[in-house]
Structures are given as C-alpha cells and as structure tokens.
Ligand binder design. Structure first.
Ligand code: GLC
Length: 561
C-alpha cells in the first residue's frame, strides 16, 4: 500500500490479489484448490507485495457455477476445508499484513439452499416462495415463460416447477443458471438474512466483501419484458431496465454500509457491477454506499491510446464526483486473460471473452509485451488495483481445452456453442516440469480439475522467480516501488503532453509513467531517471512501441507533489 492515504482507509490505495480458490493451490491432492493451499502460498503473496486478497466463494455449494451457487452462507465447502481452517487463514493473513476480502453472492442462492428446497415444497403465495421470485407463466395453461428475460448463461431466465400433485406450476426466475434461483430483495427476511451473514464473517475478522452481480438484486414489479429497448438511448441518457442497475438497489447498499460502519476496524465493499456508463457506476460509490467498484470499462478498453485515456479520464471524473477511489482491473475469472486479448488486433470495442477472441489470430509475444506495459500503467494509476492470480506469471488464456473437460455452465446452456470461462480458470503453475506443476502435492489422487498446458512448466512461480526479466520480477519490482513511493496509490493524476499515441502522466512527488501505444519509438521525458521499464529501450535509448516506463523527476522526498 502506498503511504499516501491513512492506514484506516487502506482500501483507497490497496493492491488486491484475486485468489480463485479452485485453481490456486490444492493441499490435499483432490485436484481442487483449497484453504490450506492458500495458507501454504501466502509467502508468495507477501513476496509479490500485495496488500489484500479477495477469495472467490468458498461456501458449501453443489458447484453448478463454480461456487456462485451457495447452499449455506455461514460455512465452508468441505472440499475447500473447514470453518476453523478459514479462521486460521484469516488470522495468518492478518499476521502477514494481508487483508482478506470474501465474495458474497446475494442475487441468488443455490437450488440446494434450504430456503429454495422449502419454497419448492410450499404452496404458491406462501412465505417460503416469497423469498424468491415465482411467477405465473403466460399462455392458457401458463406453459410459456412469464416474460422474455434471458439467463446470462443462455436460454430463458425462467424454469417451471412441478406442484405436489405432479402437474406443472409456477415459474421461478434465475438470471444465471437454473440452479441459481434469484432472491426477492423486496422481502424483509432476505434483507435481514444477508445483513446477518455479513456480520457472521465480519465477526470472524474478514475485512470486506466483493459483492457478486451487485447491480442485479432488485427487479421491476410486474416483470415487464426487456424487449428491444436499448439500455442507453441514442442521446446517452440512461433508460430504466427491468432487472439491471435499478435505482432501488441502492437502498440495499445503504444498509450494508451501516453494517460495515458499525465495526471499529474498517470493513469495506467492492461492487461487481457491470453497468453501462461511468456515472451509473459512481452511484454505487456515494458516501453512504459502497467503498469501491470494479472498473470494467478499463478492463474492456482496447490497447489504444485515445480510448484508454478517455476511459481513465471518465473514471477519474466520475469517482471524484462521489469522493471514491477508482479501481483498475485487467483480468478476472469471468473474462479471457488480458495477454491473450492484447494479442489480437485492437478495435474500438474489443471482445473480452474467449468466445469473442476465437477465430481472431493472435500474436502472443505481442500480447505479453503489452501486458507488461499494462501492468505498469495499471499500478501507476490513482486508487486501488486488482491482480488476478497467474497474471503475475503472464499466463495466457487456455484457448484449446478439450470440449470434454469444459465445466462452465455457459457451455451447456449455449447448446455447446460457447466455451465460456474455463480458459482463464486453469490451475496455476507453481513449480516443476510437469502437471500439476506444484498446484497439487506429489502423488495426488486426482489431476487438476482442468488440465494445465504442458508449456506451463516454463512459467511457474519457481522458474520466473529466478529470472530477473520475468513478469513476476516486473510485478514484484512495481509493487515494491508502489509501496514506498509517496506519490502512488490514491491521489491526483496530471496528464503530460507526449507524441501522439503515447500516454504519460505525473503522479505526486515527481513520479511519471509513460506508455507507448503508438507504432513508433517515443523519447524518454527529459531530466528523469528510469526506475522501472516493462521492456528494453531501443538502441537509441527511446521507448519502443508497447513498452511502459516509470521515471522519476528529482527525488520523491525533495520534490513537491
Ligand atoms: C458473477 C461471477 C460469475 C458468476 C455470476 C453468477 O458475474 O463473477 O463468476 O457466474 O456472477 O453468480
């Protein structure tokens, strides 16, 4: 964490490492990552220099959507460990100076959750069904879905249930898989339950929550069709949508903020909200709502100077308006890894899923070069940043998993037309020359839950840790500078004029970042000292295309911010 910003507001400057638990480290050899695996690899995260970890859902789950179908919010999935091990992890992380952020899934439960089991067994209009969103079907016998809403994984967002007499009855809403029934956030019991769940984990020392699909909790009464209407009209004005980013969802977060603020040590939230415009995102970050939100506009921006700068500017303006720190993220468990995205020809609205990339040839060396530059850009921007596990190893998307191993519900729900997100979820390589590359212990009983590319022995943490020019070395060096330079983290940014196609900005205390997104070399700013470079300079000492530099004007302590 930068020294800029008080310790009590650590989240304004934090670098948060995303631990995708299934694929991080497997301690017991069942091929699935687990809590003890995370505990064993905490030293890697300390060496890397991050401030916090965000762990994807670890609750008991039938795993219809890799843990985003929770059947008990107050326990831990046995395949991941125990509640006691979870507590040990939290304590050990804290002892090492790492904060721990969990993932809460409030839009839907698992269909195995006791509430949903009860709802299915209950009558229509019962209190048990009132916790979810049941509706009558259309058509004479209610045989058609209640409306045109679609599941994010493909197909209709409604599934019909059987009544106790064996005849078809009502339909229930699931914006994701049928195994993920949507909760009714107009129901006071639902609201009280989630506040209690937050307290359960806060009481165990958890520092915050990432809120899964934070923008979808509330739905419009009467469930009107989405129809053809654009969410954003031609004149750029926001239009009401029946189930995304509705204004009444903010009430939920005001009460959650009150729960977090009732603790003396700060507890924080980060929203996963895929919204259409930066000012809609900022609404989640008003002072009495959430602390931070993922900046998916940045993740989706092309590797092109003008749109990237426009995204950064819009982010800064909209976050400043509500006093919230921006965040920056390049990859996560839902999108194709960014070296593979940057390997493709860049267009104004580039695809960010593997299915969008397939068919577009990639230059993977170029993608990696850009990813190195993007790391320096990301870590120099004001606010907080996220690193998705394996990003520090420069891992590429695994684009050629055999169809027989695909597990993302998207694959099935799309009628085997979309491969989905498994390519960014492959268990990461730690050491050794063959799979499981230290992910699982020797003599494991099962192979990793997704097969690892044979080439990953060359990019394990062990190998990269010894190479001075590796991606891992770059991340470690950048994070070390970030932790100690008073101009980094939260704070102002001032653009500097550069050659067209290059971006340069100054932070406090003489820190300057230059990123060359043009096709020609650019000159290093005068009177500066290079502190870090994402790649070698040209023979003339200029910055080649797709290379970023961190440079220093004067000495950090001597110059004014
Ligand atoms: C979020 C998660 C994603 C999950 C979905 C449904 O987008 O990041 O992995 O499938 O929510 O819970």
């Amino acid at each position: 964490m930068s020294t800029n910003g008080s310790v009590s507001e650590w989240w304004r400057s934090a670098v948060i490492y995303q631990v995708y638990i299934r694929s991080f480290a497997d301690s017991d050899g069942d091929g699935l990552g687990d809590i003890n695996g995370i505990r064993s690899r905490l030293p890697h995260l300390v060496d890397l220099g991050v401030d916090a970890i965000w762990i994807n859902p670890w609750y008991p789950s039938p795993m219809a959507d890799a843990g985003y179908d929770v059947s008990n919010y107050r326990d831990v999935e046995p395949r991941f460990g125990t509640l006691a091990e979870a507590k040990s992890l939290i304590d050990e992380a804290h002892a090492l100076g790492l904060r721990v952020v969990l993932d809460i899934v409030p839009n839907h439960t698992s269909d195995h959750h006791p509430w949903f089991v009860e709802a299915l067994a209950a009558e229509q209009d019962s209190a048990a069904r009132g916790r979810y969103l049941f509706a009558e079907g259309q058509g004479e016998a209610g045989e058609h879905e209640p409306n045109d809403w679609r599941s994010a994984f493909g197909g209709p967002a409604w599934t019909r249930v059987m009544q106790s007499d064996g005849t078809p009855g009502q339909w229930y809403l699931h914006l994701f898989a049928p195994e993920q029934p949507d909760l009714n956030w107009n129901n006071t019991e639902v609201r009280a339950e989630f506040e209690s769940i937050l307290r359960f984990w806060f009481d165990r020392g958890v520092d915050g929550f990432r809120i899964d699909v934070a923008h979808s909790l509330t739905k419009q009464d009467g469930f009107p069709d989405v129809g053809q209407r654009p969410v954003v009209s031609a004149d750029g004005e926001w239009r009401d949508h029946p189930h995304w980013d509705r204004d009444d969802v903010h009430d939920v977060y005001r009460s959650w903020r009150a729960v977090a603020d009732s603790y003396s040590r700060p507890r924080v939230f980060v929203a996963e909200a895929w919204v259409e415009q930066p000012h809609r995102l900022a609404r989640y970050l008003r002072p009495d709502e959430l602390h931070t939100a993922f900046n998916f506009d940045y993740l989706r921006a092309p590797w092109l100077a003008a749109p990237l700068q426009a995204t950064i500017d819009a982010t800064l303006v909209q976050h400043a308006a509500v006093g919230a720190p921006p965040t920056w993220v390049l990859s996560n468990h839902d999108v194709a890894r960014h070296p593979s995205r940057y390997a493709r020809v860049q267009t104004s609205n580039p695809p960010f899923t593997l299915d969008g990339l397939l068919g577009h040839p990639g230059d993977f060396e170029l993608g990696l070069k850009r990813a190195r530059a993007a790391a320096l850009l990301t870590l120099a921007l004001p606010g907080s940043a996220y690193i998705y596990q394996g990003e520090e190893l420069g891992l590429a998307e695994v684009e050629d998993l055999a169809e027989s191993v695909l597990q993302d519900p998207t694959w099935k729900r799309s009628g085997h037309t979309l491969r989905g997100r498994d390519g960014c979820r492959v268990p990461i390589p730690w050491s050794g020359t063959q799979s499981p590359f230290g992910f699982s212990p020797p003599h494991a009983s099962s192979p990793p839950w997704l097969p690892q590319p044979v080439s990953w022995g060359a990019v394990s943490a062990e190998v990269l840790g010894t190479e001075p020019d590796s991606m891992l070395a770059l991340y470690r060096a950048a994070l070390l500078i970030r932790r100690t330079h008073p101009g980094l983290g939260d704070g102002p940014l001032r653009w500097i004029d550069m050659a067209p196609g290059a971006l340069a900005f100054e932070r406090g205390q003489g820190f300057v970042c230059v990123v060359n997104l043009s096709a020609a070399p650019v000159v290093v700013p005068a009177d500066t000292l290079i502190t870090l470079a994402s790649g070698p300079l040209t023979v003339n000492g200029d910055i080649p295309p797709d290379v970023a530099l961190w440079v220093q004007r004067g000495s950090p302590s001597a110059s004014a911010s």
